[in-house]
Design a protein around this ligand. Structure first.
Ligand code: MLC
Ligand code: AMP
Length: 524
């Protein structure tokens, strides 16, 4: 589609870029972010709490780095964290960068069974957990061979108590391709794999986004996303920290709180569910949104209908962008120019996108195929899985996203489907195979197929279609209750439909597209 030779828009804050560049002799993204704006500026305003300056935030991160080192964490070690969202979570992310360690952020919804896989695979030196789950996590950590499990609370003996006693350390110099984080994702197939994200992946993407979305130190970003996935952790935090924008830090998405914050904010980043819920809020009016300059949506498809309703209500065109854990952000609708409903825009500066057939042959504009991407944003591979990594790349360094797209006559990239079997619910990914395995293991179940059906709030509702063994009787409520304890809440099927058999093609493969058509109206 395009090679990265288009001039990018001028950076909104050239001084921030100069400072960032001079710090970039060392490629540690901690130093690059810190150099983005002066220490005296406010970095983060916590819910009802005190403002935290950048000096305080980065200082706190250095102290956390000191505590990590005191616990034996060395550069390259992994630090796993399953913690609630509060400002020290941001400082932990930065502290890991400063210490040269790789953060492994874990969704708070993950159950013990899910965590066990990540811990065994990533072998973190330290696992930080919520104070309320310390005993259970210590047992889990011991079974998985994790040497140290500590509570990310401030009580006696907790990690944050250690931080109080630690000294601030200087950040460890890092190379561009050194590991900054590992995020688990299922890629296009199979079991969760650890995507290795480098310092350069993060800094190059942050720079491209600051320029594309014109972020400056006059911005106030409402941050209501979780900080354990790419969107809330890297896109929102890195863009704000690099540009010197202030973060209005909200512990979770709550439409009332977002509406209340709009008059003092300029930007919001969210998944489509945020925008659907805002449109349902009576206080979300043109006047309420008048102070805002930018609403960004991503992580899941934004319905064209939501885009249009939003424009009609507020006069703002939502800016939709497209990304992935392995690649960070890939494409974005333009800041200036038409933001097209149902399209994800153009590749970001420095990033190349092409449409290819299933053999990796590039297709012409207008044809439909798998989206492939190349650039400094692309991760360095799956943790401990060189073969899986090789299987997801084409010659020339093109990464196969598993998303199906096309480039229209207007040059906009449109995502028209997925070559990977994936459901996205409220911006969280759900891999059908994982749910099917749980259901198939239940007594009386012959087989199952898990699909996503249109759902007004979550975009797609996770739905199980289940076939009983001959002679067995199945009950929907019993199936849902049986799988619930083993699956994170967002992965649990909203419904389980019992059917006589599953439609198959001539090869015997279950036809999920037909199931999606048959049951399209399930959620109204
Ligand atoms: C919560 N629930 C969900 C859910 N989130 N169910 C399905 N899908 C979800 N996403 C469950 C709850 O556990 C609860 O279950 C019930 O639904 C109602 O909860 P709620 O109060 O309505 O949910 P809420 O807490 O408000 O959360 C909804 C949400 C949240 C949309 C605010 O899911 C969210 O913050 N999503 C953002 C996901 C995200 O950051 N994705 C970025 C991935 S990075 P019960 O049983 O208790 O009733 C990526 C790359 C990229 O994809 O391009 O960005
Ligand atoms: P994850 O693996 O959690 O990083 O999710 C990445 C996937 O989310 C992509 O491969 C896409 O399928 C999907 N995605 C992200 N942004 C968009 C978007 N704007 N429109 C459609 N799908 C998106």
């Amino acid at each position: 589609m395009s090679e990265p030779d288009e001039p990018s828009p001028p950076p909104a804050s050239p001084s921030a870029f100069r400072r960032a560049k001079s710090a970039a002799m060392n490629d540690n993204v901690f130093d690059i972010l810190e150099a983005g704006a002066p220490a005296g500026r406010v970095a983060l305003a916590d819910e009802g709490g005190r403002d935290m300056t950048r000096g305080e935030l980065f200082g706190r991160a250095r102290r956390i780095a000191g505590a990590l080192v005191a616990l034996g964490v060395a550069p390259g070690d992994r630090v796993a964290a399953q913690i609630d969202k509060f400002p020290d979570g941001v400082a932990l992310y930065l502290g890991c960068l400063a210490a040269g360690a790789a953060l492994l952020p874990l969704n708070v919804a993950y159950t013990g069974a899910e965590l066990d896989h990540f811990l065994r695979d990533a072998t973190p030196k330290l696992f930080l957990c919520r104070p309320s789950s310390l005993d259970a996590m210590r047992a889990l950590g011991a079974a998985a061979g994790v040497a140290r499990v500590e509570s990310f609370g401030d009580g006696a003996g907790s990690f944050l108590a250690l931080v109080e006693a630690a000294r601030e350390i200087a950040s460890v110099p890092r190379g561009a391709h050194d590991l900054a984080a590992i995020l688990y994702t299922s890629g296009t197939t199979g079991r969760s794999k650890g995507a290795m994200i480098t310092h350069d992946n993060l800094s190059s993407n942050a720079r491209a986004l600051v320029a594309a979305w014109r972020f400056t130190d006059s911005d106030v970003l409402i941050h209501a996303l979780p900080i354990f996935h790419v969107h809330g952790l890297f896109v929102a935090l890195n863009v704000a920290l690099l540009s010197g924008a202030r973060i209005d830090f909200q512990r979770k998405f709550d439409a009332d709180a977002v509406v209340a914050a709009l008059p003092r904010a300029t930007c919001l980043m969210g998944v489509p569910t945020f925008y659907v819920r805002l449109l349902d809020h009576p206080g979300f009016t043109r006047e309420a949104a008048a102070h805002m300059r930018l609403f960004v949506s991503g992580s899941a498809p934004l319905l064209a209908e939501t885009h249009r309703e939003f424009s009609a209500r507020t006069g703002h065109a939502i800016l939709e962008r497209y990304g992935m854990t392995e690649t960070g952000m890939i494409a974005s609708n333009p800041y200036d120019g038409a933001r097209v409903p149902g399209a994800v825009g153009f590749p970001l500066s420095g990033i190349a996108v092409r449409i290819a057939d299933s053999e990796g042959r590039a297709l012409a504009d207008g044809e439909t195929g798998v989206i492939e991407v190349r650039g400094p944003n692309v991760f360095k591979g799956y943790w401990n899985m060189p073969e899986k990594t090789a299987a997801e790349f084409r010659d020339g360094g093109w990464f196969v996203t598993g998303d199906v797209g096309t480039v229209g006559p207007d040059g906009h990239l449109r995502i028209v489907g997925r070559a990977k079997d994936l459901v996205i619910s409220g911006g969280f990914n759900v891999y059908p195979k994982e749910i099917e395995e749980e259901i198939d293991a239940l007594p009386g179940v012959l087989e199952s197929a898990v699909i996503g059906l249109p759902h007004r709030d979550f975009g797609e509702g996770v739905t199980a279609i289940v076939v009983a063994r001959p002679g067995a009787t199945l009950d929907e409520a019993a199936i849902l209750a049986a799988v619930a304890p083993r699956l994170a809440a967002f992965k649990r099927p909203k419904r389980a439909l019992i059917v006589a058999d599953l439609p198959r093609n001539a090869m015997g493969k279950v036809q999920k597209a037909e199931l999606r058509r048959t049951h399209a109206g399930l959620y109204g």
